[in-house]
Design a binder for this molecule. Sequence first.
Ligand code: ADP
Ligand code: MG
Length: 351
Amino acid sequence: MIEDKNQQRTPLSELGEFKLIEHLTQHFKITQETTIKGIGDDAAIIDIKDKQIVVSTDLLVEGVHFDLSYVPLKHLGYKAMMVNISDICAMNAKATQVTVSIAVSNRFPLEALEELYAGISTASKLYNIDVIGGDTTSSTSGLIISITAIGEVNANDVVLRSGAKPNDLIVVSGDIGGAYMGLQVLEREKEVFKVNPNSQPDLSMYTYIVERQLKPEARKDIVDLLQQLNVKPTSMIDISDGLSSEIIHLCKQSNVGCDLYENKIPLDPQVISTCEEFNIDSTTIALNGGEDYELLMTISQDDFPKIKGNPNLTVVGYITEKDRGMHLVTRGETKIPIIAKGWNALGENIE
Ligand code: ADP
Ligand code: MG
């Protein structure tokens, strides 16, 4: 569906593993002062000094997490970086280094991997992160990418999932549901394309939500903003699987309950209009969609004046005692229990 403008196809076998690694990694520059040794030895070296170090890994598998018929490889590289940086942000930490490992089948030419690495490189420059290593191997089927992100944080600034207290406010950054609706649009276009390969998708009405799906941003800016506002959340998690499953994680790990207000959930107008077009309830999408990579946090009521009116942060509810349970307060003011229907890698119901 997305046209391959790059017609040159150099088989990977022409280079061999070592030349391939060298080719893909030759332009990476070290910018972090904590990186002592990057790519090129048996292991990288990081000197984190008096900070704490946070580490997070994600694995992305073709056919499970992405579909190359509508995801350009450059976007995939960028997104793979964001998925990991977002986890570091959710610890209230600053991502500083990554390692990138790939397993690739010989159906991919060198040019495809160059595209993937162009996305990785763009993300590393924009977010000021050093690519310090990885591994490269062959795969008998599709493409597999695993990125490990490393970050630093002052011991006093770390925010866990487990710190929420009754009466804390529940706050969401940005808006949610866009990435899921973007995926719906792309999947619909893919079906149209299957029937009529000459059709050119017109995505102009859906630019925001398609971008939310294909080119998400980790909310490093929110971590910086919280620091500027002098707000340390009591708990935090990134929204990768959907608001409902993330709030359940926070509540369970903090031993608390919550009231989430349906009419407070931040939705972009394009999400609302696309939900209407697809005849889907926008609250269901916001609760269960996922892949928005926004931050969900709880903050003390005392900090409310500091975030009040900030367009990047929306209060969507508050934390209650555990025995009150976890509820969505609907527009009609009825309370319904929150259950996790978020996307789940193993296809199970996570409740
Ligand atoms: P080893 O034999 O010790 O696994 P490799 O030959 O796989 O070493 O890797 C050589 C160097 O290149 C190492 O520094 C490694 O971290 C880095 N590297 C290997 N594959 C990748 C990759 N896909 N992306 C970035 N760096 C890589
Ligand atoms: Mg290796």
